[in-house]
Design a protein around this ligand. Sequence first.
Ligand SMILES: Nc1ncnc2c1ncn2[C@H]1C[C@H](O)[C@@H](COP(=O)(O)OP(=O)(O)O)O1
Ligand SMILES: [Mg+2]
Length: 208
Amino acid sequence: MAPTVERKQIDITPLKKANVPIIFIVGGPGSGKGTQCERIVKKYGLSHLSSGDLLRDEVKSGSARGGQLTKIMEAGELVPLEVVLDLVKEAMLKEVAKGSKGFLIDGYPREVKQGDQFEAEIMPARLALYFEVAEETLVKRCLKRAETSGRVDDNAETIKKRLKTFMQSTTPVVDHYAKKGKLVKINAEGGVDEIFGVVQQHLDKIFK
Ligand SMILES: Nc1ncnc2c1ncn2[C@H]1C[C@H](O)[C@@H](COP(=O)(O)OP(=O)(O)O)O1
Ligand SMILES: [Mg+2]
């Protein structure tokens, strides 16, 4: 059986004090989340945190927690929601210490429960930006990215699995934020500039 991962006591007072806007970035694999976040960071100077990157970095760091995570992933089990949340909190605290103006939380939440837990333990998100793209386009973009990314999960077989997981778990997430009136759904089939144009219309209202 995979080991459990200990949770840390994390004091998030500085994060609450900073009280900067938090934006969840939601969309299927290959929907262009990373690409748009890069553009947003350039224009608005927000802090971009990708939960996938934080997990990969923790594993690479060689910490005890990273070792426990490796074992869980090797056992094919899901990393506990709380551990991802701890990594996100720690990364947010570091950014706040540097004077962050706001956060893009990329690829998160993956499940309704994860988003609720984030909002309960940290603070409510201002918006959830959802990049909506047809399944066919997602596959095409992931396969194209596979040519250069070196990511082990960018291959036809894994992409199909990730898409299925996305459809099952993220569709309820999208509905959840729509009900709360926080969802901004963006048609992300077009070109990068065109999509960023729409993104700016929404972010300009929050970040002058
Ligand atoms: N609007 C767009 N049109 C065409 N290709 C795009 C695109 N936005 C991103 N891409 C490309 C860049 C990558 O090779 C691939 C996946 O983009 P990404 O930003 O890494 O997606 P994500 O982070 O949502 O998985 O698609
Ligand atoms: Mg990405």
